[in-house]
Design a protein around this ligand. Structure first.
Ligand SMILES: [Zn+2]
Length: 1047
């Protein structure tokens, strides 16, 4: 059974040297017990004695901190003995039973000296690890997560504490700071900071066949061989639902059963589909011999294409109206197999994609519920949050958990009478009982410490290449322009460190008129020269922060330092942030060359490709990065990496920091402010101003017999099923696979519940809960009918990218193809014999785009080709990006839109822009390009505007002005004073507004302008045959042949 008993979170205590330890631990729970943890027991619910299941982590999940990393194994799990039944009462005892740490367990240091964060790998103040015999077969220990301070005394010494320069908080050994930059009290510990410069080496067959209609009640297709479509048979009532899911006829209940009222009354989920009631609604493609040829042929025009983009499975949502919106949770199939044997015939990933903070659908804001007096209503046994699928009985005094079926008491304050149909009479005031998505205000037992303020810390490369690129100027201006919009005013805190061969700290204390710079050049023993004023309250230090940002670009304007002490600087930033947690934004331009974490130029080695060592290039080179990521996430620090280098910069290593901390990688290769400045400005602004959930954890629960077994995305697992997310926002999605625990499921419905416990920027602790139901089925065809191609592709992509970390690219591509083949083969076996479908390729309507998306995954930047087809850094950054993308965005990236623009631009101007015509997307094949045309390619991350060779010079002149004949790589698009140009700019703006999560930069390319046209544009035309890879039609034929082998 999937309760959190299996994976109770482990929170080893934070070392005592933080200022928070100054006050004695009082009534705050030790972090290891209740914690800001989804699904942890509220203190009173489980006064069971400590037990010791050691968390196990499935080996397929990205877990950092294996023993090799030098981190300690987590301590004994203390409060989750699954064998001890919970008490019947849910009244909390006056003192939390979990307070197993005595105050003395945390040495209280009244005057914490230098705020020296614990060195990596230092044993944390925690109980000894259990004897091995107590641990269940743990193979990979999860990483112990840091705990917030034990003290309730939150008054951060960073804030409000006047700093006197005579305070001797510096070790005597490092006093010789000296001012050198104008306007800054510069302190430098070692004079010889200028290290010597580092040298950087550096046609398908036209068959003319038409597809058969997707649904047909005819037992036989009359046109075998597929030269003509089978006539639709209109007698079937299901024909109207071609292509979609057909809600099955309820077996033993009236059709109206889906209404929540009755469900609640009857105590069961929505009806299970009558499998017999459904006709087979497969789709098919005819594949036969072309007249006059013995080769198999296929009509490219008949191939299915997702020209409407992602289509969420709305019919399913209509069937379960109380389910959360698919924006938040999508299952790869909404029909859960009832047996392991059935699940094994499905072959596609069985699982879910969750985007917990997705922007709410219009007009459907997630309601916020505050159970002030009753506490949050949760199942006593499995900790499920009350939701629309629970049922009330016993005249309203009991409620039955929909996930584990336990009958719970209704607390007195939550009691409401039931009406004649068994509904609570207060339903209309209870969004938690009527809405699939709801947000609970968390009471204090969900906090280990007062909710943290939003913290933004910036770690900035100021080496000469960073300066020359113009990055620093754009970044500083952008941050300054966002100061009013950073979430969390007036609690928001900010701080900065810059680095080249030394580390530069900035005192931003509010009483200063200008910031004070301190330089530390000793990279081996990092310390904070001024621990209290490096992270400051923005509203108090606003003018100092502004002065700093205004002067930063000129401060380093003449810097000729080519070194990067990135690793030591990162450790310094960690020390500053470890007290509170927060977001760490890294701006990196030069390959780390000094101190810990320095990296080598390893990415250009052509010989490694195709060998067994190939995949090591895609893994971090130095364990330092994984170890740092583990430490960072432990202390609630999320890392976003902005990388700008024009050389190899080892994104594989740097990105690790984002991967395990819930962060994100932004890559601007060869950044130049004149070209990429606008993109950086927008994306950094989005990063800084989007609503962010802080110090979060997320868990997804599901019903009995089903279990989530692996998780895929940017996060770290804190136990078997608890995802640690130091920061989350609407642009992040996570995928997970599930499996059946029992041979046979006996329930009719499986419920899923996602719970995200987090601190909102306003300072409130919240729990966002999404709940959904799905029927259990006994029929493979039903699983396919209810498949969600978007969710499958999302999981597929993540699995394939993970595979590139342990296998060759080719192996990862083959695995994608193989799974599609296996799935279609089993599907074919369902129908082929009875329908004599010999020459046809058949597939479920729900998955008609799957083969194409599979091809697109193989052609995507992380997986495509070999050495020459994408730079290693581009591959790795695209991989990190895809691991976080929500479904819709991912599908757009895999199968971008291609739109013809010239006809629209030439049309007489209308007052109201008619963008409808512009949504006519074209198949991604070169044959659709007219040399007289102008086309826009849009993958969500960038635009490419393709100028046909025979495009009217007038159009080019209007759009490009005097540059119309120039080499387009040197031309930047901007608005010219004519209607056509204005229209084009408006179109691009419109498309950017539709999805603001990235800012697509516009690349211009002219037909025949090689090699630019090739790598920018033609190589992304997924349907074309390029460089030995299959085109779409060939790919389909190949899959079809493999499906038929041994079919
Ligand atoms: Zn339960």
């Amino acid at each position: 059974m999937g309760t959190e008993n299996r994976g109770r979170p482990q929170f080893p205590a934070r070392p005592a040297a933080t200022p928070f330890a100054a006050a004695p631990p009082q009534n705050m729970m030790p972090f290891s017990s209740s914690g800001p943890v989804v699904g942890s027991e509220a203190s009173g619910f489980r006064p069971t004695p400590p037990a010791a299941p050691h968390p196990t982590v499935p080996s397929s999940t990205p877990v950092v901190g294996s023993q090799a990393s030098g981190f300690r194994s987590p301590p004994l799990a203390r409060f989750n003995d699954p064998s001890v039944p919970p008490p019947a009462s849910n009244i909390p005892p006056p003192v939390g039973p979990y307070q197993h740490f005595s105050a003395s367990a945390f040495p209280s240091t009244a005057q914490a000296p230098l705020s020296r964060a614990p060195p990596l790998g230092q044993p944390l103040g925690q109980p000894p690890a259990p004897p091995a015999s107590l641990r269940p077969q743990s193979q990979i220990p999860s990483v112990p997560m840091g705990s917030p301070p034990q003290s309730i005394n939150f008054a951060s010494p960073n804030v409000n504490v006047p700093y006197s320069s005579s305070d001797s908080t510096f070790p005597a050994a490092r006093p010789n700071f000296q001012s050198s930059f104008p306007g800054y009290a510069r302190m430098q510990s070692n004079a010889d900071s200028q290290a010597p410069p580092l040298q950087y080496p550096f046609p398908p067959h036209q068959g003319g066949y038409a597809p058969a209609p997707p649904a047909s009640s005819s037992p036989f297709l009359t046109h075998q061989g597929g030269y003509a479509p089978a006539p639709p048979v209109s007698s079937s009532p299901f024909l109207a639902h071609q292509g979609g899911y057909v809600p099955p006829t309820p077996v033993a209940a009236p059709a109206g059963l889906q209404s929540r009222d009755q469900m609640q009354h009857l105590g069961s989920g929505p009806p299970i589909g009558s499998i017999q009631g459904l006709l087979e609604d497969f789709s098919s493609l005819s594949i036969g011999s072309v007249p006059g040829s013995i080769d198999p042929g296929i009509d490219p025009k008949a191939l299915p294409r997702p020209l409407d983009g992602d289509v969420e499975p709305k019919l399913f949502a209509e069937m379960y109206p109380m389910n959360c919106d698919p924006k938040y949770l999508r299952l790869t199939t909404s029909a859960i197999p009832n047996s392991q044997s059935l699940a094994s015939r499905w072959h596609l990933p069985l699982g879910a994609v969750v985007c917990p903070l997705a922007e709410a659908p219009d007009g459907e804001e997630v309601p916020v519920v505050n159970f002030v007096s009753t506490g949050i209503i949760r199942c006593r046994r499995c900790r499920t949050y009350v939701n629309p699928f629970v049922t009330f009985t016993d005249a309203g005094r009991k409620w039955r958990c929909n996930i584990c079926s336990l009958l719970n008491d209704v607390p007195g304050e939550y009691f409401a009478q039931l009406d004649a149909t068994g509904r609570r009479i207060d339903l209309d005031q209870r969004p938690e009982l009527t809405k699939g998505s709801v947000e609970f205000v968390a009471p204090t037992e969900y906090m280990m410490r007062p909710p943290m303020p939003p913290v933004y810390f910036f770690l900035i490369d100021v080496s000469t290449s960073a300066v020359r690129s113009g990055m620093i100027q754009v970044m500083a201006q952008t941050i300054r322009s966002c100061l009013d919009e950073l979430p969390g005013y007036p609690r928001t805190q900010v701080g900065f460190i810059t680095f080249d061969s030394a580390i530069h700290f900035y005192n931003l204390k509010s009483s200063l008129t200008q910031p004070q710079m301190m330089v530390v050049s000793d990279l081996d023993d990092i310390f904070l020269p001024l621990p209290d004023d490096l992270l400051v309250n923005l509203s108090e230090s606003r003018s100092v922060v502004e002065t700093f940002l205004d002067s930063l670009p000129s401060l380093f304007h003449d810097n000729v330092n080519v070194e990067s002490a990135f690793g030591p600087a990162l450790k310094a930033a960690f020390m500053v942030l470890s007290q509170l947690g927060g977001k760490l934004l890294i701006f990196q331009n030069t390959l780390p060359s000094l101190g810990v974490g320095r990296l080598k130029l390893r990415g250009d080695d052509l010989r490694v490709y195709g060998t067994d060592k190939e995949q090591t290039l895609r893994l971090p080179e130095d364990p330092f990065y994984k170890q740092m990521a583990a430490e960072l996430t432990k202390y609630q620090i999320a890392v976003n990496v902005y990388a700008f280098s024009d050389k190899y910069t080892d994104i594989a290593s740097l990105g690790t920091l984002a991967k395990y901390t819930g962060g994100q990688v932004y890559y601007y290769p060869s950044f130049q402010s004149a070209i990429h400045g606008e993109k950086l400005r927008h994306e950094l602004t989005r990063d800084l101003t989007r609503e962010t959930a802080w110090e979060a954890v997320m868990r997804i629960r599901c019903g009995k017999g089903v279990r989530f077994t692996s998780y895929h995305g940017n996060f770290m697992l804190r136990s078997t099923d608890l995802m640690a997310l130091p920061a989350v926002d609407c642009d992040k999605a996570y995928a997970m696979q599930l499996s059946l625990e029992e041979t046979l499921l006996t329930t009719q419905t499986v419920y899923f519940q996602v719970a995200l416990l987090y601190t909102a920027s306003c300072g409130e602790r919240r729990i966002r809960v999404h709940t959904a139901a799905a029927p259990v089925v006994a029929d493979l065809g039903e699983m396919y009918r209810q498949a969600d191609a978007g969710a499958i592709v999302s999981l597929f992509s993540r699995l394939a990218i993970e595979k590139t970390l342990s296998h060759k690219l080719e192996d990862a591509r083959n695995s994608v193809q193989l799974r599609i083949v296996k799935a279609l083969k089993d599907y074919r076996n369902l129908y082929a014999v009875q329908h004599r479908l010999g020459g046809r390729m058949i597939y479920p309507e729900s998955l008609k785009f799957l083969p194409l998306y599979g091809l697109a995954i193989c052609r995507s930047t992380p997986l495509r080709g070999g050495y020459a087809d994408a730079s290693l850094d581009e591959r790795c950054s695209a991989g990190y990006t895809i691991m976080t993308l929500p479904v819709k965005k991912l599908l757009k990236l895999l199968y971008p839109s291609l739109i013809r623009l010239d006809e629209y631009l030439l049309k007489a101007s209308t007052q109201v822009d008619d963008f409808q015509n512009l949504d006519k997307r074209l198949p991604l094949a070169a044959e659709n390009l007219d040399p007289r045309g102008l086309y826009l390619y849009d993958d969500g991350l960038r635009f490419v505007i393709w100028f046909g060779r025979a495009l009217s010079p007038d159009v080019a002149m209007n759009l490009l002005g005097a540059d119309f004949a120039a080499e387009l790589s040197k031309v930047t698009l901007y608005e010219h004073d004519n209607e056509m140009s204005r229209k084009l700019i408006r179109i691009l703006q419109k498309f950017r507004e539709r999805d603001p999560s990235y800012y697509p930069l516009c690349h211009l390319v002219r037909q025949g302008e090689q090699p630019r046209e090739g790598f920018l544009f033609l190589s992304n035309l997924v349907e074309d045959q390029i460089g030995g890879t299959n085109g779409y039609a060939d790919w389909i034929l190949q899959i079809h042949r493999q499906v038929q082998q041994n079919a």
